[in-house]
Design a protein around this ligand. Structure first.
Ligand code: SF4
Ligand code: SF4
Length: 86
């Protein structure tokens, strides 16, 4: 079986109250509440959309990486342009 590494949001379990807001709002149904805390029960379905970070009333969720989807053609050119400007 091929295993694909995935990146998931990070939840500070000391801050999460288990309110379930992220579970309700996650468009991919990737999270659930287990033992009163959020759990990535279907983490492979996470699209890293950032909704859970936005809706968490406690600020318990962090997405550390910005995901940029570049077009397949011209992707290198786009990256060059960005580095030249900076
Ligand atoms: S990043 Fe998006 S898909 Fe992933 S758990 Fe959060 S709300 Fe769900
Ligand atoms: S919205 Fe925030 S506090 Fe509520 S369950 Fe999700 S991570 Fe925990």
């Amino acid at each position: 079986m091929n295993r694909v590494p995935i990146v998931l949001p990070v939840v500070d379990e000391n801050i999460c109250t288990g309110c379930g807001e992220c579970v309700e709002r996650c468009p991919s149904h990737a999270v659930s509440i287990v033992g009163g805390r959020v759990h990535f029960s279907a983490g492979e379905q996470c699209t890293y959309c950032g909704v859970c970070e936005d809706v968490c009333p406690e600020g318990a969720v962090s997405l550390y990486f910005e995901v940029v989807i570049a077009p397949a053609a011209g992707g290198q050119e786009s990256l060059q342009t960005i580095s030249e400007e900076s």
